[in-house]
Design a protein around this ligand. Structure first.
Ligand code: SF4
Ligand code: SF4
Length: 500
């Protein structure tokens, strides 16, 4: 299970705090009073509401959908009544509000009929793909990109499926918990995904310090005869769990900077995604729940919780004993790459792997930035070979073109550079802000270009109309002149009388 690994450049060793949540058994959260569904689920395109205020809905019912391939349907996680479809704050990096469907649950948990498909080995591949699409499955490692779209590899030759269970953020243990609790679902999902992609080899990667997860997987692998699946323990270095870094560690293949894993013959899915695929295919169950790690010094009973998607975070933290006096920050995800949340009224979405209730120390302490001393430590730590100090300089001085020339948009915002910087410069903050300014500018330029094209089209249309009008006038005039000439000719011709 441990073997030869390839190294990726950079990365850091982080202090781990996984014991906070990993030592408790998986808990099941009760039905919340309210479920909230942002139509924007972080990745992919927004879905369109299929319900109206006042509608009664059942558990598993599709409440929002769009026909675009980059959109995943959204399903109600319990029965109740739609009480609002309105703009609210959502857990999204944009920080902008978006439309949410709000359901007041009735506590009865009445469900639609889930159609199971027991023997997936005999099912046709298009049927399996359709099931994955209909179940609204997205990447559950954080990106939330629709899985059915990711399985479409555009005709590239694929020879390997990688299931990513390498949780490298220091507080998150939901994948570890999933692998220990339901290894058969993960390996069942692997078998379905292998069939859909058409590959004969799969690696399930777990971190070296997840021995129980590896053991549980290995036992099922042998028991159920998954001979084409390897369970591999990868070294605990951050960010090994990044898709591109993991593929490099496992195979030595380097995914091109702006490429995707399929470019090097690999499809990579999170282990949670594989388990969701298994449930969708064998039970007909859409993605309506997931395991969430609720942890950090600010929560009374850190643990992993099976929560319904749409559950307000406040209900989840209350279920975990409420906040402690240390609670200072609320983060969705881990301290390195997580999203700071403005309030606990926001809901769990499909990509919510962790709710971290942090104190300042958990977030790296209060920073007192000092001038850059050009030590180069940030460049050594950068897993995508960028030069963060240069990016920092250009971002700080608003030289956005130069920042782009230094490949600002290749930055995965992993925070390794921040972590090692002796001058405590919040580098990622600068990079995010610079990206935001560039995107805003590009948006403005696109708008201006759009307006220019519209103006030109209107001018052309006007010119054309003018030309057509002039041509019509000319034709009319010519016809009139012709008619007049004919009339004159008739008038001047001698009559029969005159001739006689
Ligand atoms: S690690 Fe910090 S101080 Fe050192 S070069 Fe990078 S930005 Fe400058
Ligand atoms: S945050 Fe960006 S620049 Fe910094 S180490 Fe990560 S990828 Fe490199």
């Amino acid at each position: 299970m441990l073997g030869l690994f390839w190294e990726f450049h950079g990365g850091v060793r982080l202090n781990r705090h996984k014991e906070l949540s990993s030592e408790q058994p998986l808990a099941v959260a009760p039905i919340p009073k309210q479920l909230i569904y942002p139509l924007q689920q972080r990745g992919g395109r927004n879905a369109e509401p299929l319900v109206a205020v006042g509608d009664t809905v059942l558990k598993g019912q599709v409440i929002a959908q769009d026909s675009h391939p980059l959109s995943a349907p959204i399903h109600a996680a319990s029965s109740g009544v739609v009480t609002a479809i309105e703009s609210r704050a959502i857990p999204h990096p944009s920080g902008l509000d978006d439309v949410c469907i709000v359901i007041d649950t009735d506590g009865e948990d009445r469900a639609v009929r889930f159609r199971s498909l027991k023997d997936f080995r005999r099912s046709k591949v298009p049927t399996l793909r359709q099931r994955i699409q209909d179940a609204g499955i997205v990447g559950m490692g954080g990106a939330a990109f629709p899985t059915s779209a990711k399985l479409n590899t555009g005709g590239r030759a694929i020879d390997l499926l990688v299931l990513n269970g390498a949780e490298c953020e220091p507080y998150i243990t939901c994948d570890d918990c999933l692998l220990r609790s339901w290894p058969e679902r993960v390996l069942g999902g692997a078998a379905i995904l292998m069939r859909v992609i058409g590959v004969e080899r799969c690696i399930v990667a777990v971190e070296a310090d997840m021995p129980e997860a590896a053991k549980a997987l290995e036992a099922v692998r042998i028991r159920d005869g998954y001979e084409h699946v390897e369970i591999v323990k990868v070294p605990s270095k951050y960010p090994t769990g990044g898709e591109k870094q993991l593929i490099q560690v496992l195979t030595g293949r380097e995914v091109p900077v702006r490429g995707i894993p399929a470019d090097v013959g690999v499809v990579c899915q999170n282990v949670g995604t594989a388990a969701a695929v298994y449930a969708a295919v064998t039970e007909g169950k859409p993605l309506i729940e997931r395991i969430v790690t609720v942890t950090g010094p600010g929560i009374a009973q850190p643990q992993n919780v099976l929560a319904r998607i749409g559950t307000p975070i406040a209900e989840l933290t209350a279920f975990c004993g409420g906040y402690t006096p240390q609670a200072q920050r609320l983060v969705m995800g881990g301290p390195m790459m997580g999203l700071a949340l403005p309030s606990d009224e926001l809901p769990v979405i499909k990509s919510t792997n962790c709710i971290l209730v942090a104190d300042l120390a958990a977030m790296g302490g209060e920073k007192q930035p000092m001038p850059c001393i050009r030590c180069g430590a940030c460049a050594e730590a950068c897993p995508v070979n960028l030069v963060p100090q240069q990016l920092y300089w250009h971002s700080r001085t608003d030289q956005l073109k130069k920042a782009q020339n230094y490949n600002l948009f290749d930055c995965i915002e992993c925070g390794c550079c921040d972590y090692v910087c002796p001058s405590q410069i919040p580098l990622v903050q600068y990079f995010r802000a610079a990206k935001g300014r560039i995107l805003a500018k590009q948006g403005e330029q696109r708008k201006a270009e759009h307006a220019r094209l519209r103006f030109e089209a209107r001018q052309n249309r006007k010119e054309q109309e003018k030309r057509e009008k002039a041509e019509a006038m000319a034709r009319k005039k010519a016809a009139l002149e012709q008619a007049q000439a004919a009339a004159a000719a008739t008038a001047s011709a001698p009559t029969d009388k005159e001739q006689s």
